[in-house]
Design a protein around this ligand. Structure first.
Ligand code: TXA
Ligand code: MG
Length: 313
C-alpha cells in the first residue's frame, strides 16, 4: 500500500470516510484513526500496529455533541470533567452505546472518549463527520510517536495516509479516567494531573493494580514504550560502568561520558522529549539509556509511569 503524506485535514478525512486508516497529530501523541462504526477499518488499525486485540481503543470526537453517539449516558460526574477540561489530554471511560462495535472496545461494555486539544486534530475530526477510534500510531510495543516522521518509520506502507504536522505538544499519552463507578479512577496518568482532577471531583483516586487481578485497563498488562536499548532509572547522583554505548536523559548534568545526552530544563520538556529520545537512541544503536527519576507529582507521575514501564521490559 502506498502511504499518502498530506498537510490537508480535508484530504486526510476523505480517507477515513472511504474506510481507510489515517495517522493524525493530537496534543499528546500521533493517533492511528478509523471510523468508530466501521468494523473493517478498525480491524485494519489492529493489523497495521500488530496490536493485541484485547486492548480497547479510545474514540476521538471533534465536537462535544458526538459523545452522545458513543455512550449510554453521561453521568453528572463525567459531565463535570467534560465541562472543566474538554478539549483536553483526558480520556473518560463510560458505558458504551449499542452502536459502538465490540471490536472497538475489545469486547468491553465501556468506551474511552476524548476530544483532543489541537486545532488540526479538531479540524480533521470534524471533516471525518464521525467519531474516530485511534490508538497511538506506533508499532505495538514501541514508544508512542510524537512526530510524523516517527509514524512513518513504523507504519509506512501499512496505512493509507499520514496527516503531517509538527512535534506533538505534550509528548505523553492522555490521562485515562474510569468514570463508570462512584469513585473516578485514574487508570493511566497523563498531562491532566491527579491534583487537577481532584479539584473537580475530590473522590478521584489512582487505580492500584492488585496482585492476581486482571487490570481494569487492558493496555496496562502489555509491554509498552520500550526502546531496544536497556533502560536504567537513577537519581541525580549515579555512576556508570561498562563499555556499552550509553545515553542519558534527565534534568541535571550527567557524570562521565555518554554517546547521546539530552538535558531538559523542566519536567514538561522531559515528558515532551522522552519518546523521541528513545527512538533516536535506537537509530544510533545505543545499548543502555540512563534516565533520571523525577518527583511523582503533576506530569512527573505520568513521566515516571512511562519510564518504569520502559525499564521493566
Ligand atoms: O493520548 C492518547 O490517549 C493517544 C492519542 C492518539 O489520543 N491514544 C492512545 O491510545 O494512547 P492507546 O490505544 O495507545 O492507549 C489507550 C489506553 C490503553 O491503555 C487502553 O487499555 C486504555 O486506554 N483504554 C481504552 N479504552 C478503555 C476502556 N474502555 N476501559 C479501560 N481502559 C481503556
Ligand atoms: Mg499506545
Amino acid at each position: 500500500m502506498k502511504t499518502v503524506l498530506t498537510e490537508s485535514p480535508i484530504e486526510a478525512a476523505e480517507f477515513i470516510r472511504r474506510g481507510g486508516i489515517v495517522a493524525f497529530p493530537t496534543e499528546t501523541v500521533y493517533g492511528l484513526g478509523a471510523n468508530v462504526f466501521d468494523e473493517q477499518a478498525i480491524s485494519k488499525t489492529f493489523a497495521a500496529k500488530n496490536r493485541p486485540n484485547d486492548n480497547p481503543l479510545i474514540a476521538h470526537v471533534g465536537e462535544i455533541e458526538q459523545i452522545k453517539l458513543l455512550v449510554l449516558e453521561i453521568s453528572q460526574t463525567a459531565n463535570k470533567f467534560i465541562e472543566a477540561f474538554f478539549p483536553a489530554p483526558l480520556t473518560l471511560v463510560l458505558p458504551k452505546s449499542a452502536q459502538v462495535p465490540l471490536i472497538a472496545t475489545a469486547n468491553l461494555q465501556t468506551i474511552g472518549v476524548r476530544m483532543p486539544k489541537n486545532d488540526l486534530a479538531l479540524e480533521f475530526l470534524k471533516e471525518c463527520q464521525t467519531p474516530v477510534v485511534a490508538p497511538s500510531a506506533n508499532l505495538s510495543g514501541k514508544p508512542s510517536p510524537t512526530t510524523w516522521q516517527a509514524v512513518f518509520e513504523d507504519l509506512d506502507g501499512r496505512i493509507e495516509c499520514v496527516l503531517q504536522s509538527g512535534a506533538t505538544e505534550i509528548g505523553l499519552e492522555s490521562t485515562v479516567l474510569d468514570c463508570t463507578a462512584e469513585t473516578p479512577l485514574v487508570l493511566r496518568a497523563g498531562a491532566i494531573t491527579l491534583e487537577e482532577l481532584q479539584n473537580v471531583e475530590p473522590r478521584t483516586r489512582l487505580y492500584q493494580l492488585r496482585k492476581n487481578e486482571d487490570p481494569k485497563s487492558p493496555g496496562l498488562k502489555h509491554r509498552h514504550y520500550s526502546p531496544r536499548a536497556k533502560v536504567v532509572l537513577h537519581g541525580s547522583k549515579f555512576k556508570v560502568q561498562g563499555s556499552e554505548s550509553r545515553a542519558f536523559i534527565g534534568l541535571s548534568e550527567p557524570p562521565g561520558d555518554f554517546d547521546l545526552v539530552k538535558i531538559c530544563a523542566t519536567v514538561d520538556e522531559y515528558a515532551h522529549s522522552v519518546f523521541e529520545f528513545f527512538r533516536w537512541c535506537d537509530r544510533e544503536k545505543i545499548q543502555i539509556i540512563y534516565c533520571e527519576t523525577v518527583p511523582q507529582r503533576g506530569i512527573g507521575l505520568a513521566l515516571m509511569d512511562r519510564l518504569k514501564r520502559a525499564a521493566e521490559s
